[in-house]
Design a protein around this ligand. Structure first.
Ligand code: FEO
Length: 395
């Protein structure tokens, strides 16, 4: 990826990671990008770096614009290593004593990742740095995505460098929202769900703070994916909606099966949900990645999870899914469990324990079928689906 000029004297010098397929447990079939931004003014600032291993490409991109040694300020909006992993190499190149601007928590976290004695400048919320014609303002954004996260705002250009927020795991030749169009929105939704959904209250609070400040935003430059230059309001509105986790009349039916019995139950429950007019997404964990299931969970009103009992417990793929789901804290949803068993049948009870831990409303104690569901059992599953569907419609 060559440097892209995004405004006069401001460049995206980041890199595409075309081949990453798994981003700490999140499937990224279209790769990702580690965006970094160079602002050339009377003083020169670099905002964020790249993942370790991509430093040479970052330096080569910078060198097409300025000699990296001329960089006056290193600004780290976030300490996670997809943005800071390149710091060791970059600081060596630009000068170990270059002032390194970050949040107070950023200084702490970067120091633990890289015990180097760098020339830190821990900024206060709202602190400013003048580069010449331009002024950078720093805005603390704790937990979006880590406690150290902050935004950097260029006051004169009204450009927000938003770190992880508003990003997408997407490596492409398109660099702007007006080039790729609405095709980027499913990637933005998946990113929000899997990276930020559990911090929805913080997202809502930040959006309110930004609105109260009257901060005019002409362009949003996240650290992953495309830049929102033509309609930044679109992704801000989407975040406002997603952070409310308002569901539609839709149920996610996520399950695995050993000998197709739980699968047959899933099919019948799905038919029951469909029968009352609820949109249903059956998702077998043999086919679907946990991060794709979560993307569908975000705007569903019901989570219906099914597992056979294996060795007195939940099938491993379902336990993996529920563990991941619990961490992302879905809200405003009802839940129900089902599954086949041979002789002990603990899986349904254990799924309910996950739902209780997630503080979801369990609408039925759960449905168990021994060995293989017969016609009566399948009718019971159908009615179970109808019951969940009717409850969804009443929400
Ligand atoms: Fe893209 Fe939280 O790092």
């Amino acid at each position: 990826m060559k440097p892209v000029q995004i405004a006069e004297g401001i460049y995206d010098v980041g890199v595409n990671d075309w081949n990453i397929q798994d981003f700490h447990g999140y499937s990224t079939p279209l790769g990702s990008s580690y965006n970094a931004f160079l602002i050339v003014d009377e003083k020169i600032a670099l905002i964020d770096t790249v993942k370790k291993g991509f430093e040479d490409k970052l330096l080569a991109n910078i060198a097409q614009i300025v000699d990296p040694k001329k960089i006056d300020y290193m600004i780290s909006n976030h300490a996670e290593m997809d943005h800071s992993g390149g710091l060791v190499e970059i600081m060596r190149e630009i000068g170990e004593d270059t002032p390194l601007y970050c949040s107070k928590m950023g200084k702490k976290n970067l120091s633990m990742h890289f015990p180097r004695g760098w020339n830190y400048h821990a900024v206060k919320n709202g602190e400013e740095l003048t580069l010449g014609r331009r002024t950078l303002a720093f805005l603390e954004t704790r937990m979006l995505h880590w406690p150290d996260s902050m935004f950097t705002y260029v006051k004169e250009d009204k450009i927000l460098f938003s770190s992880d927020a508003f990003g997408q795991h997407y490596a492409g030749n398109e660099k702007f929202d007006d080039v790729i169009g609405d095709a980027i929105m499913p990637h933005a939704k998946k990113y929000f769900t899997n990276i930020l959904m559990h911090f929805s209250p913080q997202v809502a609070k930040l959006l309110k703070t930004v609105a109260d400040m009257g901060l005019e935003i002409r362009m949003i430059c996240p650290d992953h994916g495309i830049i929102w230059r033509s309609d930044p309001g679109k992704i801000i509105e989407a975040y406002a909606s997603w952070s409310r986790q308002e569901g539609i009349n839709k149920a996610i039916l996520v399950y695995d099966s050993m000998w197709h019995s739980t699968e047959k139950m899933a099919d019948a429950i799905s038919s029951g949900l469909d029968d009352v007019g609820v949109e249903v997404r059956p998702m077998s964990l043999r086919k679907w990645h946990r991060s794709d299931v979560m993307t569908e969970v975000m705007d569903a009103k019901a989570i219906v999870a099914g597992s056979p009992t294996l060795n007195n417990g939940i099938f491993p793929t379902v336990a993996d899914m529920l563990t991941y789901m619990k961490g992302l804290r879905p809200k405003n949803k009802i839940a129900a469990a089902f599954g086949s068993y041979g002789w002990s049948g603990e899986a349904v009870k254990q799924i309910n324990q996950y739902f209780e831990a997630m503080k979801l409303e369990i609408v039925d104690e759960g449905l168990r079928v021994q060995y293989v569901p017969d016609a009566d059992a399948l009718e019971t599953c159908f009615q179970f689906g109808r019951k969940i569907g009717e409850r969804i419609i009443s929400m």
